[in-house]
Design a protein around this ligand. Structure first.
Ligand SMILES: *Cc1c(COP(=O)(O)O)cnc(C)c1O
Length: 432
C-alpha cells in the first residue's frame, strides 16, 4: 500500500523545488515526536531540519497540541473582516511585547512570502500616500525572501532564477553580498557597494529589504553586525523605510530572540513567520511603526490593500500564543547556546576536510559549505540510511535542529554530516 501511495505521490504531487518527473524519492513519514520522524517502514530518524526552521520545540509538543485542541472547540476560523477574536488580540499583544518598541501596528498574514508582499505594499502605499514617486527596492545579493513574485524580485537574481521571470518581476537593486562574516574583523570596505548604491538611487528607493545577519536559503551566510548597523544609519540618513525579514531568524534561532539584536537595530517594518507557530500551522505577521500605518491610513485609499481569507486564523493564533508562552518560560537561550557549543565542537574541525570550503555556526544553525555541488538525491538516501534527516541544497549541508534536541541526537547528526563528506555524493567537475 505504501508503495502505491509513494508511486502516486511521485507521479502526481509536486514537492518544493522539484520537477514532477525526475523528483527524488520521497520518504513516507507516518508520525513525528520530539526530534524524531517515524517512517512507514517503522524506522525512527533524527530530524536535523526542524521542518525548515519552524518546529523549534520538536514535534507533537503536548502544550502546543493542547492549545490547538482548546481553540478548535471554540472556533477554528472566522473571517477577520469586521469581526475579531481573542486569539488574535492576545497574540498581537504578545508580539508588541517581544518586538522592538518602535513597532506598533500588526498585519497577520498566511505565510512568509505573503508577509514580504505586504511589507512591500506598506512601503509603496506609504510613498503613494505622500504623493512621492518611489518604487525601487535596494537589497543585497544572496538574499532570499520567498517565492511570490515581488519576493523573488528582491531575492538573489541568480539563485531565484530572475531570468525565467524577465519582464514579469520588477527590477530592483542589488548590492554586493557582504563578504565579511559574522566572526571577521570589520572593515568599512565591505559596505562600499551598498553605500554607493543607496547614494546613487535614494531618490527612487521606496525601501531597503534584507535578512538580518543570517542569509538563509540564498546561501546560509552569516554577515557582520556592523553591516546591518550601517544599513540602518543610511536608511535614517536618506529617510528610507527598512524592512527586516526575520522569518527564518526570529524566535531565538541565531542565539538572540531576533537576529537584528546583534546590531542593536530595529526595522521600520518587521516580517516574522516560520517558527511563529513553532511548526504547527502557517502564519506570518508584519509589524510596522505608527507613523507608517498612519500615513497609509490618511491617504485617499485609506486602507492597506490586502486581506487574506484566512487572515488571523484563530487556530494559528492560539498555537502561536502558546509558542511564545513556552519560549518565555523555558530556557531557549541556554538551549540554543548549548546547541551552538556542541555544533562548534563537532563541526568546526571539518573545515580541514578536503571537500569543505567553510564551516560556520551561529546559534542553532550549523553549516558545512562544500567545494562541490552535492548529488542531493544520493546524499538524502545516505542520511536516511544513517537514520538522520537533513536536506542539503547546492553545495550546502546544514542543520537547524529543534531547540529541545538532546546531546546524543545532535552528536549523531554531526557525526553523519562528517561521514557524508567521505561519500561520493558530490559532483566533482563542478567546483564552486
Ligand atoms: C522561508 C522564508 C521566507 C518565505 O516564507 P514562506 O512561508 O515559505 O513563504 C521569506 N523570507 C525568509 C528569510 C525565509 O527564510
Amino acid at each position: 500500500m505504501n508503495k502505491i501511495d509513494l508511486l502516486f505521490d511521485k507521479k502526481h504531487i509536486w514537492h518544493p523545488y522539484e520537477s514532477i518527473t525526475g523528483q527524488s524519492n520521497c520518504f513516507l513519514v507516518t508520525s513525528a515526536k520530539g526530534v524524531f520522524l517515524k517512517l512507514s517502514n517503522g524506522k525512527k530518524i533524527i530530524d536535523g531540519m526542524s521542518s525548515w526552521w519552524s518546529a523549534i520545540h520538536g514535534y507533537n509538543n503536548k502544550r502546543l497540541n493542547k492549545a490547538l485542541k482548546k481553540q478548535i472547540k471554540k472556533m477554528s476560523h472566522i473571517m477577520f473582516g469586521g469581526i475579531t477574536h481573542k486569539p488574535a488580540i492576545s497574540l498581537c499583544r504578545k508580539l508588541l511585547q517581544i518586538t522592538p518598541k518602535n513597532l506598533d501596528c500588526i498585519f497577520l498574514a498566511d505565510s512568509g512570502s505573503v508577509a514580504i508582499e505586504i511589507a512591500i505594499k506598506m512601503t509603496l502605499q506609504y510613498w503613494n500616500s505622500l504623493n512621492i514617486n518611489k518604487k525601487k527596492f535596494l537589497t543585497i545579493k544572496n538574499g532570499y525572501h520567498g517565492d511570490t513574485f515581488f519576493a523573488i524580485s528582491v531575492s538573489d537574481p541568480i539563485n531565484s532564477y530572475h531570468k525565467i521571470y524577465n519582464n514579469v518581476i520588477p527590477k530592483n537593486i542589488f548590492a554586493e553580498a557582504p563578504s565579511l562574516s559574522f566572526y571577521d574583523v570589520w572593515n568599512d570596505i565591505d559596505f562600499k557597494s551598498f553605500e554607493n548604491l543607496i547614494y546613487k538611487n535614494h531618490k527612487k528607493l521606496a525601501g531597503v529589504i534584507l535578512e538580518p545577519i543570517v542569509q538563509g536559503a540564498g546561501g546560509m551566510k552569516f554577515y557582520h553586525p556592523n553591516y546591518l548597523k550601517n544599513v540602518r544609519k543610511l536608511c535614517n540618513l536618506y529617510n528610507i523605510p527598512l524592512i527586516i525579514d526575520e522569518i527564518a531568524t526570529g524566535f531565538g534561532r541565531t542565539g538572540k530572540f531576533f537576529a537584528s539584536e546583534y546590531s542593536n537595530i530595529s526595522g521600520d517594518i518587521l516580517c516574522i513567520g516560520k517558527s511563529l507557530t513553532a511548526g504547527m500551522l502557517t502564519l506570518s505577521a508584519v509589524l510596522t511603526t505608527r507613523h507608517i500605518a498612519d500615513v497609509i491610513s490618511k491617504s485617499k485609499t485609506q486602507c492597506l490593500m490586502h486581506g487574506p481569507t484566512y487572515m488571523g486564523n484563530p487556530l494559528a493564533c492560539a498555537v502561536a500564543n502558546e509558542n511564545i508562552n513556552i519560549l518565555k518560560e523555558n530556557k531557549w537561550k541556554k538551549k540554543v547556546k548549548n546547541i551552538e557549543l556542541e555544533l562548534k565542537k563537532n563541526l568546526e574541525n571539518l573545515s580541514n576536510h578536503p571537500k569543505v570550503f567553510n564551516v560556520r555556526i551561529l546559534g542553532a544553525i550549523g553549516v558545512v559549505e562544500c567545494l562541490y555541488l552535492i548529488k542531493i538525491k544520493n546524499m538524502q538516501d545516505f542520511f536516511i540510511k544513517n537514520n538522520v534527516w537533513l536536506k542539503p541544497f547546492r553545495n550546502l549541508i546544514y542543520t537547524t535542529p529543534a531547540y529541545i534536541i538532546d546531546k546524543d541526537s545532535l552528536q549523531k547528526i554531526t557525526q553523519i554530516i562528517a561521514l557524508s563528506l567521505d561519500t561520493d555524493n558530490f559532483i566533482y567537475h563542478s567546483k564552486i
